[in-house]
Ligand binder design. Structure first.
Ligand code: PXP
Length: 260
């Protein structure tokens, strides 16, 4: 079965809406564990817009599940991650003005910084994942520079899926032409899945462990979960959104049922 990492950043987003202490993301840890999630994922952003250092510290210290800490390659953030020593660090690109992580890490342009981050994380025995677009050259380079994992960005697939359902959010950026005919979208959907599956197979053939995530939800997740080479999915927004109505434990169990 594909493993599930639950990204709990959006619990902290809700807290930050009021700048108070409620809800506390640490309280989610026991619920994730009880529901059968395999990992907790958090993103310590440079602007600390949701998860704060103190949250990350308590989550790493108290989590009964492995912690996957997403972060940029900024040396000051890497200092914090090296001090906290989560199970895994996932290196992601970060732009302050973005609403969420908008694309994979460009390891060719930023190779020196990525390499420096990987070396420092490995020195603390933290395994490293690179959040990358499903591109074969990027995956081969990720392997060559020593990452243990790649996490494939599923945003392009998720956007096309949402367009087919007429459900694209107001802020989407990946697909410029919003008036594509249905059959074109259906072809694009097949192509995006084939690209993801090809990338996952390529990564696995190199010995990399393969995760995937971004924009996955209860309607689009199964096609990705079926890919044999994908070991783990990291999912946040859709689970926390559903939890408002069903409770977090139920929302996680519903997602796990789809992964199984
Ligand atoms: N994986 C990575 C690397 C991410 O940056 C994010 C978003 O923080 C996710 C997974 C989860 O994306 P979503 O919230 O759309 O499920």
């Amino acid at each position: 079965m594909t493993k599930l990492g639950v990204n709990i950043d959006h619990i902290a987003v809700l807290r930050e809406a009021r700048k108070i202490n409620d809800p506390d993301p640490v309280e989610a840890l026991g619920i994730l564990h009880r529901a059968g999630a395999h990992q907790v994922t958090i993103h310590l952003r440079e602007d600390r817009r949701h998860i704060h250092d103190e949250d990350a510290e308590r989550i790493v210290a108290q989590s009964p599940l492995p912690v996957n800490l997403e972060c940029s390659v900024d040396p000051e953030i890497i200092d914090v991650v090296c001090r906290l020593r989560p199970h895994r660090a996932t290196l992601v690109p970060e732009r302050r003005e973005e609403v969420t992580t908008e694309g994979g890490l460009d390891i060719f342009t930023h190779e020196e910084r990525v390499l420096a981050a990987i070396e420092r994380l490995h020195a603390e025995e933290i395994e490293v994942s690179l959040f990358v677009d499903p591109d074969l050259e990027t995956i081969a380079r990720s392997d060559a520079i020593g990452a243990e994992w790649v996490e494939l960005h599923t945003g392009a697939y998720a956007n096309i899926h949402a367009m087919l359902l007429g459900n694209l959010s107001r802020s989407h950026h990946c697909i410029p032409d919003l008036d594509l005919p249905r059959h074109t979208l259906a072809t694009m959907l097949e192509e995006s899945l084939a690209t993801l599956a090809g990338a996952a197979d390529h990564a696995a053939s190199l010995g990399l462990k393969v995760a995937a995530g971004h924009g996955l939800n209860y309607r689009n997740v199964e096609a990705v979960a079926k890919m044999a080479a994908v070991e783990e999915l990291n999912i946040g927004q859709s689970i926390v959104a559903r939890s408002v109505y069903t409770g977090l434990e139920r929302a996680i169990r519903d997602m796990l049922a789809l992964l199984a």
